[in-house]
Design a protein around this ligand. Structure first.
Ligand SMILES: Cc1cc2nc3c(=O)[nH]c(=O)nc-3n(C[C@H](O)[C@H](O)[C@H](O)COP(=O)(O)O)c2cc1C
Length: 413
């Protein structure tokens, strides 16, 4: 591992390396949110409203962060979120990321919109557990064909993303003009020329081998019809998706079925009723709807609604081990990370992704030791102090200036 990666002491350091390496248009696509980026900021801000309330003199010498998800044991309570962009951050970046993930002993979720085909990832990813993310297209048959391919290629879970009825309003993307397939505008070309390492190490390598990067999982019926458009403005999104589509997928998909992008407890119940094995409480990393609640704010109610029936996972905004442990203490069984490992891949391919995962592992381990917790299963809201934030559903919130009624005493009166 090269020095610049080893000298990254946290995810923010990896982000800084990525910022320098990637063309601005691509970096902004990875890094930014939507509209005024209120959701993006709030995803991070909420973590500060929750603090740890440690236990002490607990023998934590044998602590473990292993978790069991859907019957399979994993080394950390982390999953790589689907992003479809690793292959632009680094040449064959999805394979690099999948290999780092396999070595770390956690699942890797591949996006429908990846630049490497799901079959090739399955072949070259080093034998880790692979999950597949699905965006349904208006023509359901095309989506069902992709699902069938994922099954045949050995993917163990299907994540159906349900928070993208239409694309987020990413104005920065309209300004910087970054598109897939790559389009040659004066601004784009200047941007790329100013990042010669990316031009030579990523774009030129694609052009000289497989051609311009494109969406390799798209069925041939649509793959070649796609014209350049700002990143994230896919003409293939489906705004007519309903719970019935989920029921149909349940019948077609024999393995773990997850619904990604749930924030309302009733939707979590609907997902469970349709036969989903789990939900991912997510606001898409603050990329789709601005002014949306953060997953942490939604988590307590979702956990209360379905936590005993199905597995609740969470993502959006996780950059530190402390963030992960807070969500786990609130009832999430594991956390997905998107940008954190993308910064790693952009900084140094597999080594950079591995560095991001090592940072999470070390940070989670340190938090567990310092709060006196031996296993992920032991985590619960008692480890948290959050007077102005509900960390468990139904919990009364003491806000500054407001006094809580002592309900027990009130009942006696
Ligand atoms: C560059 C980028 C591309 C993404 N593409 C997809 C996608 O194709 N499908 C999907 O379900 N989620 C996608 N996401 C959302 C992630 O799966 C995940 O919900 C989000 O990144 C979590 O927030 P974080 O980046 O703060 O960890 C994308 C996220 C990023 C940053």
């Amino acid at each position: 591992m090269t020095d610049h990666i080893l000298n990254a002491y946290n995810i923010a350091d990896l982000r800084e390396i990525a910022r320098k390496r990637l063309p601005r248009g691509l970096f902004e696509f990875v890094d930014r949110g939507t509209e005024d980026e209120v959701s993006l900021r709030n995803n991070r801000d909420v973590f500060q409203r929750i603090r740890f309330k440690p236990r002490t003199l607990v023998d934590v010498s044998g602590r473990s962060q292993e978790v069991t998800l859907f019957g399979k044991q994993h080394k950390m309570p982390l999953i790589i979120a689907p992003t479809g962009t690793a292959g632009l951050c680094w040449y064959r970046g999805e394979i690099e990321l999948a290999r780092a993930t396999a070595k770390a002993g956690i699942p890797f979720a591949l996006a429908t919109g990846s630049m490497t085909s799901m079959e090739e990832i399955a072949e070259k990813s080093g034998g880790g557990e692979l999950w597949f993310q699905l965006y349904m297209w208006p023509d359901r048959n095309l989506s069902h064909k992709v699902v069938e391919r994922a099954r045949a290629a050995g993917y163990k879970a299907l994540l159906v993303t349900v928070d993208g009825a239409t694309s987020g309003n990413r104005e920065y993307n309209l300004r910087n003009g970054f598109t897939i397939p790559f389009s040659f505008t004066r601004r784009n070309v200047t941007d790329v020329l100013m990042h010669p390492r990316w031009l030579a190490g990523v774009l030129a390598r694609y052009v000289l081998t497989t051609g311009m990067p494109r969406y390799e999982n798209y069925p041939s019926e649509i793959k070649h019809r796609i014209t350049a458009r700002p990143m994230g403005r896919s003409m293939m999104r489906n705004d007519s998706l309903t719970w019935e589509d989920l029921r149909v997928l349940r019948k077609r998909w024999p393995h773990t079925l997850l619904v990604k992008g749930i924030l309302h407890p009733q939707d979590a119940i609907n997902a469970a009723d349709c036969g989903a094995d789990g939900v991912i409480v997510s606001n898409h990393g603050g990329r789709n709807l601005d002014g949306i609640i953060s997953p942490l704010e939604a988590l307590p109610e979702v956990v209360e609604a379905v936590g005993k029936r199905i597995t609740v996972l969470a993502d959006s905004g996780f950059r530190r081990g402390t963030d992960v442990v807070k969500a786990l203490a609130m009832g999430a069984k594991a956390v997905l990370v998107g940008r954190s490992t993308l910064y790693g891949v952009a900084a140094g391919g597999e080594a950079g992704a591995a560095r991001a995962l090592t940072l999470f592992r070390e940070e989670i381990d340190r938090v567990m030791a310092l709060i006196g917790c031996r296993s992920i299963a032991e985590l619960n809201p008692d480890y948290l102090h959050a007077p102005d934030f509900p960390v468990r559903a139904g919990e009364p919130v003491a806000r500054p200036g407001l006094k809580l009624l002592d309900t027990a005493k009130a009942a006696e009166r």
